[in-house]
Ligand binder design. Structure first.
Ligand code: CO8
Length: 257
């Protein structure tokens, strides 16, 4: 049987591909479990410095598997499955994660992309939170992350109508960092991952943690964390390497120490 999550290690980057093409990469419980497992494994591997999560040309993910998750679900089964803890586990991965989106990123698919550190898209990408059409609302962070990204008025319009937006509009509302051509989107996303993987990994991890805090805490608490993290980095070999390389006009080589 084909793997539902395909991992390709090309150190210092790794690509994690959702692989349920017959249902547009809908997120079943099994897919989520597998995804959390492979991400945790990659996060514990020092040779991997940036991870790309992707789907296919046609779909990043069409969201929760409606058949698997919702048809017979009750509040009690939903509570029992404890889906939230799995989404939290993805958020807590410390290696920077790029969501490389082509085709549909809908509902939980859009929420999965938003749980990553950076979202890039092919020209063909379409994002949306269509849960309203099923009589529900986003349940894996969509109301919170989309609102923090695009603001209340845009988020409400998208969540209340379920309207899909194309890559350019997603970029305009701050959801997408880069839009790449349809022929090269995955290679372009990997090139971005390799560029990030060349940077000092301890600084990269602390940077994404600090940026996340801008969402999760007060300005004062975020600034406090940033200041301490900034000071901490002066204890790393990579800070010495970066400054030495600048002073001697050469390219730095960071070791992650
Ligand atoms: N779940 C299950 N099956 C799906 C899903 C899905 N989300 N999306 C597509 N499929 C299946 C279709 O049923 C179809 O199966 P079959 O061939 O057996 O009929 C197959 O995939 C292909 O689908 P289409 O023929 O519709 O393919 P298209 O390329 O024409 O259209 C779309 C693709 C636009 C993605 C369309 O299928 C669609 O609208 N899908 C539903 C999208 C949606 O409503 N997503 C939101 C789901 S709710 C959610 O995500 C809440 C998240 C909460 C997170 C917590 C739980 C994990």
């Amino acid at each position: 049987m084909a793997e539902i999550v395909i991992v390709t290690r090309e150190a210092p980057i790794a690509t994690v591909q959702l692989n349920r093409p017959e249902v547009r990469n809908a997120i079943s419980e099994q897919l989520m479990d597998e995804l959390v497992k492979v991400l945790a494994g990659l996060d514990g591997d020092d040779t991997i410095r940036c991870i790309v999560i992707t789907g296919s040309d046609r779909a990043f993910s069409a969201g929760a598997d409606i058949k698997d998750n919702f048809v017979n679900a009750t509040p009690v089964t939903m509570l029992d499955q404890d889906l939230t803890s799995k989404w939290e586990a993805i958020r807590r991965i410390r290696t920077p994660i790029i969501a490389a989106v082509s085709g549909y990123a809908l509902g939980g698919g859009c929420e999965l992309a938003m749980a990553c550190d950076i979202i890039v898209a092919s020209e063909s990408a379409q994002f949306g939170q269509p849960e309203i059409n099923l009589g529900i609302i986003p349940g894996a962070g969509g109301t919170q992350r989309l609102t923090r990204t695009a603001g209340k008025y845009v988020a409400n319009e998208l969540i209340l109508t379920g309207r899909l937006i194309k890559a350019d509009e997603a970029r305009a509302i701050g959801l997408v960092a880069q839009v790449y051509p349809g022929a090269s989107w995955l290679e372009d996303a990997k090139a971005l991952a390799r560029a990030i993987a060349e940077k000092p990994p301890i600084a990269a991890r602390l940077a994404t943690e600090a940026v996340d805090l801008a969402w999760n805490s007060t300005l004062d608490a975020g600034l406090e964390f940033e200041r301490k993290a900034f000071y901490l980095l002066f204890a790393t070999d990579d800070k010495k390497e970066g400054v030495d390389a600048f002073m001697s006009k050469r390219k730095p080589t960071f070791k992650g120490t």
